[in-house]
Design a protein around this ligand. Structure first.
Ligand SMILES: NC(=O)c1ccc[n+]([C@@H]2O[C@H](COP(=O)([O-])OP(=O)(O)OC[C@H]3O[C@@H](n4cnc5c(N)ncnc54)[C@H](OP(=O)(O)O)[C@@H]3O)[C@@H](O)[C@H]2O)c1
Length: 352
C-alpha cells in the first residue's frame, strides 16, 4: 500500500444515517467521522461531487439500522480525485468517477455524502476528460443501469425500435442517448414540459404519459413496426403496460424494468405488487403474457464505467443536471430528488 499523503486528514465531515426514516429524520452531519482505512484493491477518493439516486432515500426509509453497518454514510455516486490506493492500477491524482456497490456500502458503512470514500477499484474508472465533476457525478449508477438494461438484459441491435417509459428519468435520459448511439429508433414517454429536452437528447417521438393510461394510448395507436424493447425506467408497480404489451411489443420482444417498487404498504400498492407477481410468474401456455419480462439490478463494474466515459468523450452522452446543492444543504437536495419531478441528476457539490 502506498504511503498516505500528509494532506489526508484523519477525520472528515460526512452525513450519517442515524435512524430509520426520511432524510430529514434520518440524517445528521458529523464533523469528525474517521477517514476510512484502505484495504488491498481499494482507492481512497477525495469526493468533489456526489449525486443522489432514489435508492439512497428509499433504503433509508425501509432498511432498519440493524441491516446496515452502524452509522453508515448514504449514497453511491461520486466524482473525485484519487488521494491514496492499496495496490490498485489507479494512482494519486487520477480524476475518477464511480458508484459504490450497494452491498459494499451496506456492509462497510461507506457512502458518498462525505469528503472521502474508499472504493474497490472495480467500482471506479477514470472520468471523461475535461468534464467538471458536477457534470459527471450522476452518470455511474443511472448510466450503468441504462447500459446494462440495453446490452446485458436485452439483445439490442441497431435499427430496432425501443420505448423508454420515463424518458425524463435519469435512467431514461442515459438510455435515450445509448440507444441512439447504437442506431435505434427511440420513443419516450414524458410529461410535455420535457418534450424539447427529450428531442435534444435524441428521442424520435414523445408520448404524453399524463394524457391517458399508457397501455390504452399504445393499444389504440400501436407503433408500426412494433417495439422490440420496452424499458420501463419509472419502475411502474401497475403491470398494465406489461400485460397489454402483445398489442405493441413484437413477438420475441422484451419488457425490462427498473422496478416495480411499492410506494407504501397500502392495500392498493400490495394488490398491484401481487398482480405484477402473478403476471410475471404465469407462463404463456397457461394464459400468461407471451413476452419476456426482466427486472434489472444494476451491478457496478469498471468495464461499463469505461464505456460510459468513452461515449461521453465521443460527444454521444451527457448528463443532464437538475440542480447543484452545497454539501451543508443536502436535505434540500433530498427534497428535490424525493419530489419525483427532477429533470436530471440532483448533484451535491463537496469540494472544488
Ligand atoms: N433496479 C436498479 O438497478 C435501478 C437503478 C437505478 C434506478 N432505479 C429505479 O428507477 C427509477 C428511476 O430512477 P431515476 O433516478 O432515473 O429517477 P428520477 O430521475 O428521480 O425520475 C424523475 C423523473 O421521472 C419522471 N416521471 C415520474 N413519474 C413518471 C411516469 N409515470 N411516467 C413517466 N415519467 C415519470 C418525472 O417527470 P414528470 O415530473 O414530468 O412526470 C421526472 O422527470 C426509480 O424508481 C429508481 O429507484 C432502479
Amino acid at each position: 500500500m502506498s504511503q498516505k499523503d500528509e494532506t489526508i486528514p484523519t477525520t472528515q465531515r460526512a452525513w450519517v444515517i442515524e435512524k430509520l426514516g426520511i432524510p430529514r429524520q434520518a440524517l445528521r452531519l458529523h464533523e469528525n467521522r474517521p477517514v476510512p482505512k484502505l484495504e488491498t484493491g481499494q482507492a481512497l477518493v477525495k469526493i468533489q461531487a456526489a449525486a443522489l439516486n432514489p435508492l439512497g432515500w428509499k433504503s433509508m426509509g425501509v432498511l432498519p439500522q440493524l441491516a446496515r453497518a452502524k452509522l453508515s454514510v448514504p449514497e453511491y455516486d461520486f466524482a473525485g480525485v484519487v488521494v491514496d490506493h492499496g495496490d490498485t492500477t489507479f494512482k494519486r491524482g487520477d480524476l475518477v468517477f464511480g458508484s459504490l456497490d450497494p452491498f459494499f456500502a451496506l456492509n462497510s458503512g461507506e457512502g458518498t455524502l462525505a469528503e472521502y470514500v474508499r472504493v474497490p477499484s472495480s467500482a471506479l474508472a477514470l472520468r471523461p476528460a475535461g468534464k467538471h465533476p458536477v457534470d459527471v457525478a450522476g452518470i455511474p449508477l443511472a448510466g450503468q443501469t441504462a447500459l446494462q438494461a440495453l446490452s446485458t438484459f436485452t439483445r439490442f441491435e441497431a435499427n430496432q425500435c425501443i420505448l423508454i417509459n420515463g424518458g425524463s428519468t435519469a435512467v431514461g435520459m442515459y438510455a435515450i442517448q445509448i440507444a441512439k448511439a447504437k442506431g435505434a429508433k427511440v420513443v419516450v414517454t414524458c410529461s410535455p414540459r420535457h418534450n424539447s429536452l427529450m428531442k435534444d437528447l435524441g428521442a424520435d417521438e414523445t408520448i404524453d404519459y399524463t394524457a391517458a393510461p399508457l397501455h390504452e394510448i399504445l393499444t389504440r395507436s400501436p407503433p408500426d413496426p412494433q417495439f422490440n424493447i420496452i424499458l420501463d425506467a419509472v419502475g411502474l408497480l401497475d403491470p398494465s403496460l406489461y400485460t397489454h404489451s402483445p398489442a405493441y411489443l413484437a413477438p420475441g420482444g422484451v419488457f425490462v424494468t427498473t422496478g416495480p417498487q411499492p410506494k407504501s404498504f397500502s392495500a392498493n400498492q400490495l394488490w398491484l405488487a401481487f398482480k405484477t407477481a402473478v403476471a410475471v410468474a404465469r407462463p404463456a401456455w397457461l394464459g400468461g403474457v407471451p413476452r419476456g419480462y426482466k427486472f434489472i439490478v444494476m451491478q457496478t463494474n469498471q468495464r461499463d464505467l469505461d464505456e460510459l466515459r468513452e461515449l461521453c468523450e465521443a460527444g454521444k452522452l451527457r448528463s443532464v443536471v437538475d440542480s447543484v446543492t452545497e454539501f451543508d444543504n443536502v436535505l434540500e437536495a433530498y427534497d428535490r430528488s424525493m419530489s419525483g419531478h427532477a429533470q436530471g441528476k440532483v448533484v451535491v457539490k463537496i469540494a472544488d
